[in-house]
Design a protein around this ligand. Structure first.
Ligand code: MN
Length: 165
């Protein structure tokens, strides 16, 4: 997966001996950045992309040196995404509760705390809590400029109810 490749490269760079700078040339020194909880955005999931009560904590946003978007997404009972796809795929790590994920044309799959899910690029799917309980997952995906999640139609209520049993 691309994420792991990037991480491996980053680690290799960290471990590599530093090159002495040329005289008169100044390069900024890369530094560790820590985002404390009070500075992390905590927003409702927009009704255009989600059904029910969903909250998104934006842990990292894509930037020059790191194209990874990382979010903690909290689904109240009944909360779930619309159908959508990610141009570079998506990793989900379920950190609390249990829920469901479904690929277009595929079976509903139940997921629970500790599960790590890889959805390949451009595969249409939806995910969320069941009506009976909440789920929290971390979402990790690569988002180069302009290559954003493609949001599609809501999951019909009857389909969601049937899927969540
Ligand atoms: Mn997704």
């Amino acid at each position: 997966m691309k994420l792991f490749t990037t991480s491996t490269l980053a680690l290799a760079c960290l471990l590599a001996p530093s090159t002495p700078s040329l005289v008169g040339q100044s390069t900024p020194t890369p530094t560790i950045v820590i985002h404390h909880p009070a500075t992390i955005s905590h927003e409702p999931g927009p009704a255009t992309h989600f059904a029910g009560t969903v909250t998104i904590d934006m842990l990292t946003v894509p930037e020059e040196a790191n194209l990874t978007r990382t979010e903690t997404i909290t689904f109240a009972p009944g909360g779930h995404t619309n159908w959508h796809s990610h141009p570079h795929g998506q990793i989900l790590v379920v950190t609390s509760g249990s829920g469901v994920i479904q690929q277009r044309g595929g079976p509903v799959q139940h997921i629970k705390q500790g599960d790590v899910i890889w959805t390949p690029p451009n595969v249409q799917h939806w995910h969320g809590a069941t009506p009976g309980g909440p789920m929290v997952h971390i979402s990790i995906y690569q988002e180069p400029a302009g290559e954003v999640t493609k949001w599609l139609e809501p999951v019909p209520d009857a389909q969601y109810s049937a899927a969540s049993k």
